[in-house]
Design a protein around this ligand. Structure first.
Ligand SMILES: Cc1ncc(COP(=O)(O)O)c(C=O)c1O
Length: 321
């Protein structure tokens, strides 16, 4: 099984992979009321390092708040430590880290009042998400016939499992239609985001991305906005229409799984030159350097799994004077 590892952290304990079981009558399974995160660890010259771990775990706790859960039973530090230890215990380097919060008891009256919450964390070896050639050549997308959630119907800032039915509908349609990814429009007909990525457009040297209204506030989106601004690009958060995508010089998407990937074709229309464009390529390069611990300027975004063995980091250098 591709997801196999030695240990899973479940309800506060590290247990063997095969013992990580939940009961069939777990209400979150029935009503989509679990909450999750998708986090990645990368190889660096100082061993594995996790990208924006605290930010992801903060978003996980925010998701519980958005769903209306009144008491989350762990501190951020506890689940941060559990994540780091789990990567160590499983001897992982490049891996995906999946925390999942669920209703352990209650929730059958379709409410999150008086429920007991618990969670687990799994890690598994990472394999490429959009295919090997996606980085270089970009991928093909279509505008989905499924619109993105209205923000007052599903809470789009939370990674709530039930929200992902929307992504599953759109992505299945795209893959069956021979595309690699789906672009979803918001309920007003403007561009929202992809099934697991935020979207950016480059026109005449300016980078645009959609406003936050209907999208998940992606941490890769946030990182790319900061990196691009530091490189001197104007980054504008503005409503983007479907036809603006068609006439852009570049369109690219960002997400933990996909990283930074160009959309080379949308709805059978070639975007720009039909390859990964220069702005996307420049951002891909810096992003790759950061996640692999090769860029000291953004080293605050990575947490080494074995901090004691870190020799070359800026943090250690400055501690040593
Ligand atoms: C719907 C959706 N939009 C955007 C993203 C990108 O978010 P991030 O960059 O934090 O992975 C994700 C992935 O979590 C997502 O599921």
């Amino acid at each position: 099984m591709a997801f196999e590892s030695d240990y899973i952290w479940l309800e506060g304990k590290f247990i063997p992979f095969g013992e990580a079981k939940l009961h069939f009558l777990t209400s979150s399974l029935h009503y989509g009321t679990s909450l999750f995160e998708g986090i990645r660890s990368y190889s660096t010259q100082n061993g594995p390092a996790i990208f924006r771990l605290r930010d992801h775990l903060e978003r996980l706790i925010q998701s519980t708040k958005i769903l209306g859960i009144e008491e989350f039973p762990y501190t951020l530090d506890q689940i941060y430590d559990a994540s780091i230890k789990l990567v160590r215990m499983n001897n992982m380097e490049e891996c995906y880290i999946r925390p999942l919060v669920y209703i352990k008891e209650g929730g059958w009256n379709l409410s999150v009042t008086n429920v007991k919450i618990d969670m687990g964390i799994a890690v598994w070896k990472w394999t490429n998400y959009l295919g090997e050639s996606a980085l270089k050549n970009g991928v093909r997308a279509n505008v989905s016939s499924f619109p993105r959630h209205h923000p007052n119907i599903m809470m789009t800032k939370g990674k709530i499992a039930g929200n992902y039915v929307n992504s599953v509908l759109a992505k299945s349609e795209s893959l069956r239609g021979g595309f690699d990814e789906a672009i979803m429009l918001d309920p007003n007909g403007n561009v929202s985001e992809c099934t697991g990525e935020n979207i950016f457009v480059v026109r005449n040297g300016i980078i645009y991305t959609t406003p936050r209204n209907s999208v998940l506030e992606g941490l890769t989106r946030d990182s790319i906005i900061k990196i691009a601004s530091d490189l001197g690009y104007s980054v504008v958060e503005e409503t983007i229409t479907r036809d603006q995508l068609y006439i852009s010089d570049e369109v690219f998407v960002t997400g933990t799984a996909a990283e930074v990937i160009a959309l080379r074709e949308i709805d059978y229309r070639k975007i720009g030159t039909g390859m990964t464009g220069p702005v996307c390529a420049a951002l891909q390069k810096i992003y790759s350097d950061i996640i692999h611990g090769r860029n000291e300027k953004y080293e605050m975004w990575i947490d080494y799994v074995y901090p004691d063995s870190v020799k070359n980091s800026a943090a250690v250098k400055s501690a040593l004077g």
